[in-house]
Write a protein that binds this ligand. Structure first.
Ligand code: FES
Length: 152
């Protein structure tokens, strides 16, 4: 983190206790490096003076933090109750068939990755997913095919 320590210092200066800046620091590091690697977790833990396991727990709890490189187009399909009741499983199966990957994997060309996540707080548009930073709802096979074709 040495390369951007002054920016990290600025983030922590906004908090009474620097440990409270963990989430914004994680977002910042991911923005700079693309992922939160185990090396980054260690650096952040050392900087904040907290156990590395605590940083890892936070990183692995929130699906927004990526621990390994993702495809250029990253699909996170919600599988929680509202989405499940309205066909999330069928959506996930269709993605798997179209992309030839399972949840947690990235296509060999690095274009697409697929993940299954818990409620994204947009149950009113179930079944839904996040496509990179954007929410896509009322999903069906046709919409998925269009999204894949647009991003090929
Ligand atoms: S259950 Fe899918 S967004 Fe809430």
């Amino acid at each position: 983190m040495k390369e951007f320590i002054s920016e990290i210092d600025k983030i922590t200066s906004q908090y009474e206790r620097k440990q409270a800046a963990l989430l914004p620091i994680l977002h910042f590091v991911q923005e700079k490096r693309g992922i939160i690697s185990s090396e980054s977790e260690k650096e952040i833990a050392d900087y904040l003076g907290i156990p590395v396991v605590h940083v890892h727990e936070v990183v692995s709890f929130y699906h927004l933090f990526r621990q390994k490189p993702q495809g250029k187009c990253h699909f996170s399909v919600c599988q929680t109750t509202s989405c499940a009741l309205l066909g999330a499983e069928e959506i996930i199966t269709h993605f798997q068939q179209r992309l030839g990957i399972k949840p947690g994997e990235t296509t060999a060309d690095g274009k697409f990755s697929l993940n299954v996540v818990e409620c994204l707080g947009a149950c009113e548009i179930a079944p839904m997913m996040q496509c990179n930073e954007e929410y896509k709802g009322l999903l069906n096979k046709k919409k998925i095919d269009e999204l894949i074709d647009q991003n090929r």
